[in-house]
Design a protein around this ligand. Sequence first.
Ligand SMILES: [Fe+2]
Ligand SMILES: [Fe+2]
Length: 265
Amino acid sequence: MLDIRSKSISDLSRIGPSVIRVLERSRVAYGCCTADSFENACRDAGVDVEEIAALVEQAEIASRGAIDRDDGFDAMSLAALCDHIVRKHHAYTREADRDVATLIGSVCSVHGVEHPELSTIQRVFGSLALILENHLLKEERVLFPYIALMESSLNFGKPVPAAPFGSIAEPIRVMLSDHEAVNGSISEIRRLSGDLTVPEGACDGYRALYAAIDDLEKDLRQHIHLEDDLLFPKAMEMEMSGVPLDPNRVDENRSGLPIIQPRHH
Ligand SMILES: [Fe+2]
Ligand SMILES: [Fe+2]
C-alpha cells in the first residue's frame, strides 16, 4: 500500500492525473517541483491530512485498476496513441455532437411543451458541445503535437523541446479540468432526463436522442480514460525523466502507474 503521509507532494502529483484532481479539488498546492511534504501542504491548505490521504489513496487504487495493460494501448508509442484517440474518439465525438444537436432540436419542437426539461437539456448539451469542440482543438493543435515532438526528440537523443506553456503539466491540468466539466454536463443531462428514461408513448426520435447521448457518454468514458490514465501520466513521466519510454519495461514497483524519476541536473 502506498504510504501517502511519507511522500512529498511532488512524488504524489507524479502518480498521475487522478491524484492531481484530488489535490486540486482540495486546494492543496502541488507541482512537480514542490519539495514540500504532503502533511505540510495539507496544513498550509487548511485541510484535514487524514481525509485527503484517504482520497489520494482511493484515487491511486482507482487509476491502477483503470489501466488495462492487456488492451494493447500500453505498448503503443505516445504519438500512435494520440493518433488513435484523434481518429477514433475525436472523430466520433464530432459526429455524435452533430447527431445529438439535430435530434434534440426536433424532439424539442415536438415534445417541448409537455416535457419542459428538454429545453434545459438542449441548453446543457449546447454548452457541453462547445466545451468539447474547444477541448478537441486544444489537444489536436497544441498538446498532442507537442507530445509527439517530445517523443521523437527523445528517441533521437535530443533533449525535451522547449514549450510555450512551460511544463506539460500545465496544458494537462487544463485538459483535466475540461474533462471534469464534460463529466459534470453529462451527469446534469442524466439528472434532468431521469437517467435518460424515455417517457411512455414517446416517439422514435426521443428514443434515438437518449440512445445517442448514452453512446456518446460511453465513448467519452473510454476516450477520457485513455488520456487521463495512460497518455497524460506517460507524457508527464517522459518530460520529467528526459528519456523515451520503453514499452517493454517491467518495473518491480510499477503497479499500473508510472513511477517518475527526477531529472538529473
Ligand atoms: Fe481527446
Ligand atoms: Fe481530452
